[in-house]
Design a protein around this ligand. Structure first.
Ligand code: NAP
Length: 592
């Protein structure tokens, strides 16, 4: 060991986890750290250690084994290290061990203490707070389809309003800053306002988004959504979004496409092996996680929104009591229960070990031990289905059998060893996933605008609004035939194929009214070429909506064709713009 410790005892057997060529290297018998935690910590840690060990033994038949190394924080640390809740050597051990898991810690009340959890995050620069939220069959939930919730939230952990740059109303610092903002920056705000600064950097945003995309790649996920409030906070939250897209282009170009490309270039069909990068405004994501959770997969968010979102989504599928979490830096990772120490239940063998248990599942996945992780994920619902639950679920499930923490662990271990057909369960889950992806794809192909509206995507360019299915006629067809074509396809315009001069044309219902009825001509004998409007006004697919509106009103047109290179790929109409604005409103200016 590179460091000599006073109280931490590394196990005699087992090897250290290392980082080789920038990747985590996990030996078959790694040493992994744990902190028991305070309050209910010892009860849940004891129970979970047994379940994790049983899952590893079952998955690898003795070929792999974790050697646990206890480290100390909180009250237990204070007892051992002369009153210190946060001993330096624990920090050193967590750094050296690279992978650790911890129970909840008491935050000592009274001056001078920062939260131990926050201290660990800051000292080890664990910049990503990762919270997977999914539903397990049988767990009580207020949603109609809780099974559709399966997201992993990557919340930025170091910046944003959590940076602690705040100035209390009435202090000289506050007054100095207020004066500067008013006099030199032209800012306007009420007298005596408390002031806080929200720093969001390119470095901080990109390293977080990099982790989220890498996770999606490693775990075969479908999409990464950048969550932000960039329509209001353009240069912080909006910048987070822009840097996120930029990072995807710079570092993951061969494995990612944007949602624009998905709907445009790929017409709604997600190419094999590509992850879709999309973004959603923060308030919309809260709605969507209730209405259409299946649309979301990995979410990357700045600090404050991520804080709210992780708890809100966790509450949809069983509450924070079973939601797991981790704080992860470049390699060092500390997995942790997300609830507190619930002191009133300490040492009563009563509470739900779910949160810590699934934090351990995340840890096994992080180590690349997916088989062991899956065993727990697939066995857990079996126990719940049999009605064996701790008090917190028992009060929500009729006819359940309430058991203690350690008996709950026993029930899981019994099923791990008792041969649940894991392979069949895994296959069934995979088939379900493929089926749902296919259904989403069909909806995107058939009704792109409706899908966009229903999934909360805000349109930015004409590509987002246009009708993709172009119905074309030739100049030589009769107007009569063209009218049938419009009626049968329920469209109000047709694209007229290029004429000898190479110009596209358009034939609209209004052309029929003015150039046939009003002009008193016969649709049976008049040819499309005689009345089609030419040349059409075409705009490139990435034209912003506001610019398209400007062109429409200047030319007094009701539709524009949309081009990509030399090809026409769609039509965008006044009605399309109207519907989008009716649905999403108009912010006045788009996110840059
Ligand atoms: P808490 O410990 O999370 O407990 C609040 C309530 O949540 C409990 O009374 C219980 O609800 C339920 N609960 C928590 N864990 C549960 C479990 N494993 N199984 C079933 N139910 C569970 O929050 P708190 O009382 O606000 O905080 C207590 C201490 O924990 C404080 O010192 C705080 O600073 C600390 N804390 C630590 C962490 C951390 O280490 N990560 C996080 C939050 C708070 P019922 O009463 O309804 O049964």
């Amino acid at each position: 060991m590179s460091h000599s410790y006073r109280h931490v005892r590394f196990p005699e057997s087992g090897e250290r986890i290392t980082v080789v060529d920038g990747r985590l290297h996990v030996p078959d018998e790694p040493i992994v750290g744990f902190v028991e935690g305070d309050g209910i910590g010892p009860d849940i840690t004891r129970a979970c250690l047994r379940v994790w060990d049983a899952a590893v033994a079952k998955a690898y038949g003795g070929k792999r084994k974790i050697h646990w190394c206890e480290t100390y924080l909180g009250e237990k640390a204070a007892g051992i290290y002369d009153g210190s809740y946060f001993p330096d050597e624990t920090l050193e051990a967590l750094r050296e061990l690279i992978v650790s898991i911890k129970g909840p810690l008491t935050t000592p009340v009274g001056g001078g203490f920062r939260s131990l959890n926050v201290a660990v995050r800051q000292e080890l620069d664990l910049y990503a707070c990762v919270r997977p939220v999914r539903h397990y069959a049988g767990v009580p939930s207020p949603l109609k389809r809780p099974d559709q919730v399966d997201v992993v939230i990557f919340r930025e952990n170091t910046e944003d309003v959590y940076a602690g740059i705040e100035y209390k109303s009435g202090t000289p610092e506050n007054e100095k800053l207020a004066k500067f903002l008013r006099e030199e920056m032209g800012a306007k705000f009420f007298e005596g306002a408390g002031l806080g600064i929200k720093p969001i950097s390119e470095f901080g945003s990109k390293r977080l988004v990099r982790k989220a995309i890498q996770y999606a790649v490693d775990n075969g996920r479908e999409s990464v959504t950048l969550v932000h409030k960039g329509n209001i906070q353009k240069f912080t939250e909006g910048a987070f979004r822009n840097w996120g897209y930029e990072l995807a282009r710079e570092e993951f170009a061969n494995v990612t496409i944007t949602e624009e490309q998905l709907y445009g270039e790929f017409k709604g069909k997600q190419p094999e092996g590509k992850i879709v990068i999309k973004d959603r405004i923060a308030d919309i994501i809260f709605q969507m996680m209730q209405l259409r959770p299946a649309e979301f997969d990995v979410l990357a968010t700045p600090n404050l929104n991520g804080d709210y979102l992780s708890d809100a989504v966790a509450a949809e599928v069983g509450g924070v009591g079973i939601a797991p979490g981790a704080n992860i830096g470049d390699h060092i990772a500390v997995f942790e229960a997300t609830h507190g120490t619930a002191p009133k239940y300490a040492n009563m063998n009563k509470v739900n070990p779910g949160s810590l248990l699934f934090s351990g599942v995340m840890m096994l996945e992080y180590m690349g031990w997916k088989e062991a992780a899956d065993i727990i994920t697939l066995t857990y619902p079996e126990v719940i289905k049999d009605g064996i639950v701790t008090y917190d679920f028992a009060r929500q499930i009729d006819g359940a059998t309430e058991v203690g923490t350690s008996q709950f662990a026993d029930a899981i271990i019994e099923r791990i060893n008792g041969g649940v057909d894991l392979e069949a369960k895994r296959r069934a889950l995979q088939e379900q996933l493929v089926k749902e992806r296919k259904q989403r794809e069909i909806r995107r192909l058939l009704q792109p605008l409706e899908e966009m509206i229903d999934t909360g995507r805000i349109p930015h360019t004409v590509r987002d609004l246009m009708t993709h299915t172009l119905i074309t006629v030739a100049d030589s067809e009769t107007v009569h035939d063209a009218m049938h074509l419009m009626a049968d396809n329920e469209v109000s315009s047709l694209v007229v194929e290029r004429n000898a001069q190479g110009q596209w044309g358009i034939l609209t219902r209004r052309d029929i009214v003015t150039k046939i009825v009003k002009a008193n001509r016969s649709p049976m004998t008049t040819k499309v070429g005689d009345i089609a409007s030419r040349p059409v006004k075409s705009v490139p697919a990435d034209t912003p909506i506001r610019e398209a509106a400007e062109i429409l009103s200047e030319l007094n047109f009701s539709r524009l064709t949309v081009s990509q290179g030399d090809d026409l790929i769609g039509i965008v109409t006044e009605t399309d713009i109207f519907r989008a604005v009716e649905k999403f409103g108009w912010a006045g200016e788009e996110v840059a």
